[in-house]
Each structure stands twice: as C-alpha cells, then as structure tokens.
Design a protein around this ligand. Sequence first.
Ligand code: S3P
Length: 172
Amino acid sequence: MANNIYLIGFMGVGKSAVARELHKKLDLPLIEMDQEIVDRQGMEISEIFSRHGEAFFRDLESALLSEIANGHDAIVSCGGGAVLREENVSAMQNSGMVVLLTAEPETILERVKGFSHRPLLEGKMNVDAIRELMAQRKPAYENACQYFVSTDGKQPAEIADGIVVLRDLRGI
Ligand code: S3P
C-alpha cells in the first residue's frame, strides 16, 4: 500500500492548486486524477460524460483510485465526486491521509465560473445550485475526511504548509 496525501472536496475548492504547492514542498509525485483519466481516454471529462455517461466515468475513477492506493507514495488531487463510492473511501483511508478542502459557495462560484469543463455544473453556475449540490455531498465528504481545511481567503501555499505539518504529526 502507498502512503498518499489525498485532497478531496467540492469542485473549485482548490485541490489542484494546493496539490501543486505540496508537490513543490515534498519530494513526492503529483497525480491529478481528472487529468490522468483525460490522458488515458484521450477525451475531455465533459465528453466522457456525454458519450458514455456518469457511471462509466465513476468506474474509471474507482479503477484509477485502486491503482493509486496500491502504487507508490504520491500527492493525489481527487475529482470532486471520488468520495461518492464507499470502496473509494476505503481505498483512500487505507493508503494515506485524506484531507478535505472546503470553501463557501460564493468562493466556489468565483473559482469555477470562467470554466466549462465540469459537466455537473453546466447550467448551474450560480450560488444556489452550488449550495444545493454541496449540501447533497456534505455527508460523503465528512464520512471520507480525516482532516479538513477551510480555504476561504487563504493562499494555496499557506494551506499546503498546514498539510505538511499535519503529515509530520501523523508520522510521530
Ligand atoms: C466532479 C468533479 C470534477 C470531475 C467531474 C465530476 C464531481 O473534478 O471529476 O467533473 O462529481 O464533483 P474537480 O473537482 O477536479 O473539478
């Protein structure tokens, strides 16, 4: 089993940016799950959803996660829905530390509104829709996470510093 750092949380919460900072600070490879799936399928996420459906994407996500859990130590930036399957949560918790990043819906909207690659936010680029989906997801995030960090008003580097401290404490 690997000893990974898994970053989980809602779309636009800053997982990728924090993962890049962790990658600079720690001598560990960075795995961006969505990008890995895009590279392997040769298709954007929105195209995978529209051609094959969400369940197909979730299967790819679970297969990749199982591979990562059994691979080498890494920083893993997870897709926002990776916590929706219990098997994924077990795979994460058995192979590293799981850190939930959170943000207010207003902050999320600011971060996601310029992008069109997230099929679940298509036609839902407003605070109410984001708040509703976040509320649906809340139990899954809370069930999966071992640590949580609010990202509102913080820089990715500062958040990464905090996670490095948590990781060191875990090692004691
Ligand atoms: C999803 C989040 C996305 C991507 C896909 C589904 C979700 O990842 O995996 O669009 O279900 O929350 P990001 O959280 O990196 O945007």
